[in-house]
Structures are given as structure tokens and as C-alpha cells.
Design a protein around this ligand. Structure first.
Ligand code: MN
Length: 333
């Protein structure tokens, strides 16, 4: 079969592209076996693992075919966050060393974010610093909750302190919902698009409500899936925040309105949302400078994301911002 024609040449940086290492996959499998979960290796799972675990020619070839010039590579969800603190910290270091080596081998094609283990907050902050200063990684990825806990808990704030001091973003990426939310959100077939989004969107709201951005006003948080549905509700969130305070007789809990933090501290990516109306609405609400292109390969087809973005009713200038200029600024690529 002939290779599909490549999309027209453009610079395209995709910023939420997955990888894993065999050690993390083996540890995740051992954990699943212990909990009695299914560990069946279906052909689809095997193919996914092969794509995730390659950081060399196979990945570059897939990028060439899809028209992706650069990937910002992140550890596949839930990464190292399900393991005990020592094992999670150790596996994060190993993953970051491997990812950094791949980025050095393909400096114009690959960049990466550091895996960190929030279950060891001081260790996670130290690993973020090592990954940025020594390995040249561009920030951190955190796959939503850690053992059911959310990052608004102050014990995790050393991670935010490190990110702000290093001037690098944290990508807050979904994973399967926390134990308290997993039951109601566990509808087969609806777990990912609805369940993961609601859980991660709730995490973002907890960070805003918990005063994280008052404490770290220069912190940048990147979130996927066109903002996990939050842009659509942003004005109502402000309105009902003020109303709840008034009706309940509460004092303000945060310095600014919720939407101010969303506009100032949060950057949104398009991962998995190759749809015209949500994109145009998000551009209108947040501004063209606050949107980044992501494909979420190999969980989604990068070619679908490219075809959709190429066809959006936006100027070349605006497409260049979404495709690469904003990513170069935000991640300092
Ligand atoms: Mn993803």
C-alpha cells in the first residue's frame, strides 16, 4: 500500500504527545495484577505500546507522515503517579533521562516535559529542577490526581514553587478519575471524553479556588482538550462565584475573579478537539496567543488533528501562532 500523501508543509509543533518506557509499563502491569484488574494484551494495546515506547526512527517517521515537525513528548497517563513514592521518584528519573537522550539525538524534532512523582513533593520539585537545569526538559507533566489527592493541598506546593522559580509550565493532563469520582463517572464508553475531562476540569477549578495562583502569580498551567470544557462556562463561573459569596455571606476566597486566573495563568491546547466551533469559540474567549496545537498521538491520529487545523477558518498568521509560535514562547523551545 502506498504511503498516504503528506499534508502541506508547515511548521507544526504538537505539545501533548505520549511516550513510555518498558520499566513503567512493567510496574503498571504488576500494580494492575495486584489489584485484580485486567492485564490482557490485546493487539491494539500491543500496537499502542510499540508506538509509545519508541523515541527514535519509528516516531520520527510517523511525525513525517502526519506533517508534525516537532513533538513535545510527555509520559503517558497516569505515568509514575500510581506507584509508591520511592518507586515513582525512581521511575520518573529513569523516564526523564531516556527522554532527554532522545531530545539530544533529535534536537529539532523532539522536546519533552519531565515526569514527576507528586506523592514525594520535595522529590518532585528536585526532579523538576534537575530535569530543566541538567537535562534541558521544558517543564513538567502531572497526570491529574495522585492517590485521590489534588494539587491544591499545600503539601504539593513545593512543585509549584519550583516551576515558578524555573519559569517553566506544568501540563495538567487527565487520567482515570480519583476513587471519589470514579463510580459516577465510570460509564463504559463515556469514561474518557466525559469522565477524564470533568475530573481534570475539577482539578483546575480546585487550583483556582485554593489560591494556588494567588500564591504563585507567575505560574503557568497548560491544559488540554480545549480547556477541559471550562472556557464555555467561564463567564457563568464568575457570575455564580460572586452570587454564592453574597447569598452565603462569605468573604472573597481569592483575590481576583476565577476567569482572571484562567486568562492569566492558563494556556489551552487542542488535543483531541479537532472541531471548528469549540476552536473558534476558544480563540474568541481566550485570545489567539493562549491556544496551542496538540494531537495526543498515539492515542489519537495526528493526521486528523493536522487536517482539521489546516482547514480552520483562521488566517495564516493565527494558524502559525497555534501551530508553533505560542508553543515556542510558552515552552521556550
Ligand atoms: Mn493525552
Amino acid at each position: 500500500m502506498a504511503a498516504p500523501a503528506r499534508p502541506p508543509q508547515r511548521e507544526r509543533i504538537a505539545v501533548e504527545e505520549g511516550f513510555t518506557i518498558p520499566e513503567i509499563a512493567a510496574a503498571a502491569r504488576a500494580l494492575a495484577e495486584k489489584s485484580g484488574a485486567s492485564t490482557a494484551v490485546t493487539p491494539a494495546r500491543r500496537a499502542l505500546f510499540q508506538e509509545l515506547s519508541d523515541l527514535g526512527e519509528r516516531r520520527i517517521r510517523a511525525m513525517d507522515e502526519d506533517g508534525i515537525t516537532m513533538q513535545l513528548v510527555v509520559v503517558g497517563s497516569p505515568g509514575v503517579q500510581a506507584f509508591d513514592p520511592a518507586q515513582g521518584t525512581e521511575l520518573a528519573r529513569l523516564a526523564n533521562d531516556r527522554l532527554a537522550a532522545a531530545c539530544k539525538a533529535y534536537p529539532t524534532r523532539l522536546a519533552g516535559l519531565a515526569a514527576v512523582a507528586p506523592q514525594n513533593p520535595a522529590g518532585a520539585a528536585a526532579e523538576l529542577e534537575r530535569a530543566v537545569k541538567t537535562l534541558g526538559l521544558k517543564g513538567a507533566i502531572i497526570n491529574s490526581h495522585t492517590n485521590g489527592e489534588y494539587l491544591d493541598a499545600k503539601k504539593f506546593w513545593p512543585i509549584f514553587e519550583a516551576a515558578q522559580a524555573l519559569d517553566v509550565p506544568i501540563y495538567l493532563h487527565p487520567r482515570e478519575p480519583s476513587p471519589g469520582m470514579a463510580g459516577p463517572l465510570g460509564m463504559p464508553g463515556f469514561r474518557v471524553a466525559w469522565g477524564y475531562g470533568v475530573e481534570t476540569g475539577t482539578h483546575v477549578m480546585r487550583l483556582i479556588a485554593g489560591g494556588v495562583f494567588d500564591a504563585f502569580p507567575r505560574l503557568k498551567l497548560v491544559i488540554g482538550h480545549m480547556g477541559e470544557s471550562i472556557p464555555f462556562t467561564l463567564e457563568r463561573i464568575d457570575n455564580r462565584y460572586l452570587w454564592e459569596l453574597e447569598i452565603g455571606g462569605f468573604a472573597r476566597t481569592i483575590k481576583h475573579l476565577p476567569s482572571a486566573y484562567f486568562r492569566e495563568n492558563i494556556i489551552v491546547t487542542t488535543s483531541g478537539m479537532n472541531y471548528r466551533l469549540p476552536l473558534m469559540m476558544t480563540v474568541a474567549l481566550l485570545g489567539i496567543d493562549n491556544l496551542l496545537f496538540a494531537a495526543d498521538w498515539p492515542f489519537e491520529k495526528a493526521r486528523d488533528a493536522v487536517d482539521a487545523m489546516d482547514a480552520m477558518p483562521l488566517s495564516e498568521e493565527d494558524k502559525a501562532k497555534i501551530y508553533h509560535r505560542n508553543a515556542r514562547r510558552v515552552f521556550r523551545l
